[in-house]
Design a protein around this ligand. Structure first.
Ligand SMILES: Cc1ncc(COP(=O)(O)O)c(C=O)c1O
Length: 437
């Protein structure tokens, strides 16, 4: 019989060869090659890891999940990292953990209010509605696209129990103000770090300040596992709760394939079950199965090594777009990093000034026709989305800037796959468009 270790070596050698043949760098042809806003950036390491994990055929959480989560914990300097199957699941799980009865009076309950913004991605808001709490939408400011701190202060009521915000497109929100307000009013804070993995605030990584934070590994994000996400926390109790909600709601926290980690598997009383009921099958939360597979984690374990380099490239690409758009100060409001921050930009976000002789859609229509991909700031004004109209949310004061963003804002990519030829082409195309006015 063939030696499987030898076969494995041969498969990996062939995989490297395959990567070179299949994913060789392609020439950029202006007007023919797409200038995407995002995309996977990888080499043979990711594919080899995926193949290794497939050959292991462990499939569910295993050695690669351990490696990937440890590397994230090391990068962010956090105590607990739990992998999940998407950034949306990460947000759901972070929020779910705060609803647990194990938190006593501190737990989030239906009818409580949560500070949120409407200019963002729906997954930062949907868990709030799902659990019957009330998102209180606060306006954002342009050009940071993050929550307006004064308005946030005024939006707090005796019912406010939590602040759940994303660092918009990698630009950190005012973390000092948020954490101070949370301390004053005894609020939970969740940082949706899905678009900001690698951003810094006051020299420390975002995703490390709040009670819980989340990451997305969807291909548009800083690193990818295809689908995937993670929840980070320094709080051991919250980590256990996230794990319970992620793993069917079960009380037991044994790793896959292990038994009796707590040493009390058959000697505890739970709910109304008979004494000594198998702890492995005790469900203390209303949970799901939202775990990541080991194949995804294997890809992530290779991607995360590249993260510091990716973040540098995102910052450079942000500067490249700045040079291009700064040529037209009459038309464009350029993005600004929040005070005390060093964003690993998810994107370059632009707003048209009032009175500009063309509309956002005319410009983005032109760019997209020229194969330069743009996106709006996700949902625009979430309260106007069909799925959100009539739901139980509240607007604090007004959403004037959010509405302005819905109509006048778009973003371009900063992902590491962009090249200098692409920027030269985009610069030319923008100039051609502007010349018409
Ligand atoms: C801020 C933010 N939060 C959460 C998510 C959801 O992540 P996922 O697509 O992995 O579910 C996204 C998606 O891109 C996002 O931009």
């Amino acid at each position: 019989m063939a030696d499987f270790k030898q076969l494995r070596k041969e498969i990996i050698a062939k995989t490297i060869e395959y990567h070179q043949a299949r994913f060789a760098k392609k020439e950029f042809i202006p007007g023919k090659t797409r200038v995407n806003y995002a995309g996977r950036v990888f080499d043979e390491e990711e594919i080899c890891n995926a193949v290794e994990a497939s050959l292991d055929f462990w499939l569910t959480e295993g050695r690669f999940s351990e490696e990937f989560s440890e590397k994230i914990a090391e990068f962010l300097e956090v105590d607990h990292v739990l992998l999940t199957n998407s950034g949306s699941s990460a947000n759901l799980l972070a929020f779910s953990a705060l609803t647990s009865e194990k938190l006593g009076d501190k737990r989030l309950k239906p009818g409580d209010e949560v500070i949120a913004v409407a200019a963002g991605f729906p997954a930062t808001v949907t868990p709030i509605l799902q659990y019957g709490l009330i998102p209180v939408f606060v306006d954002v400011d342009i050009p940071t696209y993050n929550i307006d701190v004064e308005m946030m202060r005024n939006a707090i009521t005796p019912k406010t129990r939590c602040i759940f915000l994303a660092h918009t497109l990698g630009n950190p929100f005012n973390i000092d103000a948020v954490m101070q307000l949370a301390e004053e009013h005894n609020l939970w804070v969740i940082e949706d770090n899905c678009d900001a993995f690698g951003s810094e605030y006051k020299g420390k990584k975002t995703g490390t300040y709040a009670h819980l934070s989340t990451i997305s590994f969807y291909p548009a994000h800083h690193i990818t596992t295809g689908e995937g996400g993670a929840i980070c926390t320094n709080d051991s109790q919250l980590a256990l709760l996230v794990r319970a909600f992620r793993d069917w709601g079960r009380d037991c926290y044994c790793a896959g394939g292990e038994n009796n980690t707590c040493g009390k598997r058959f000697s505890q009383q739970f709910g109304q079950l008979p004494f000594g009921f198998d702890h492995k099958y005790v469900y203390s939360e209303i949970g799901y199965n939202l775990k990541m597979t080991d194949i995804q984690a294997a890809i992530g374990a290779a991607q995360v090594d590249k993260l510091p380099g990716f973040c540098d490239r995102r910052k450079e690409n942000f500067q490249n777009w700045t040079k291009i758009f700064a040529k037209y100060p009459d038309y464009f409001i350029l993005p600004e990093a929040s005070e005390n921050s060093d964003p690993a930009w998810f994107a370059f976000i632009v707003t048209l000034k009032d009175g500009t002789p063309f509309t956002r859609d005319e410009l983005t229509g032109w760019l997209n026709k020229k194969l330069i991909e743009t996106r709006n700031l996700f949902a625009g004004n979430m309260t106007k989305q069909p799925g959100f109209v009539g739901k139980n949310w509240r607007i604090a004061d007004h959403l004037n800037d959010t509405d302005y963003i819905m109509n006048n804002t778009f973003f371009l990519g900063t992902y590491p796959g962009l090249t200098s030829e692409m920027f030269d082409y985009a610069e030319e195309m923008l100039e051609e468009f502007i010349k018409q006015y």
